[in-house]
Write a protein that binds this ligand. Structure first.
Ligand SMILES: [Zn+2]
Length: 88
């Protein structure tokens, strides 16, 4: 935890990418298939099917950037690598 509220240290792409586990899959956000993607969550349907929610690298980076902006606006600490934890 940084005591600085200015979030001056930019989190770089490689740092964010290292926080996720990557495997080939489809991105829920941009619909690209068979790209390196990280699992953000799963959806279980009433009939017992399970779908994985996955996002590709560029979408993960976009989503992290968005979270960082939101955290800055609210004056909260931004912690990368938490995207999957926010889906429930
Ligand atoms: Zn994508």
């Amino acid at each position: 935890m940084s005591p600085s509220r200015l979030q001056e240290k930019a989190i770089d792409r490689d740092e964010i990418i290292a926080l996720y586990v990557w495997a080939p899959g489809s991105c829920f956000r941009c619909a690209r298939r068979e790209v390196d993607s990280a699992k953000l969550g799963t959806i279980d349907t009433p009939i017992g099917d399970r779908y994985e929610i996955r996002a590709c690298r560029s979408c993960i980076l976009d989503l992290e950037k968005e979270r960082q902006r939101q955290a800055d606006r609210r004056g909260e600490n931004y912690e990368p690598g938490q995207l999957g934890n926010n889906l429930s």
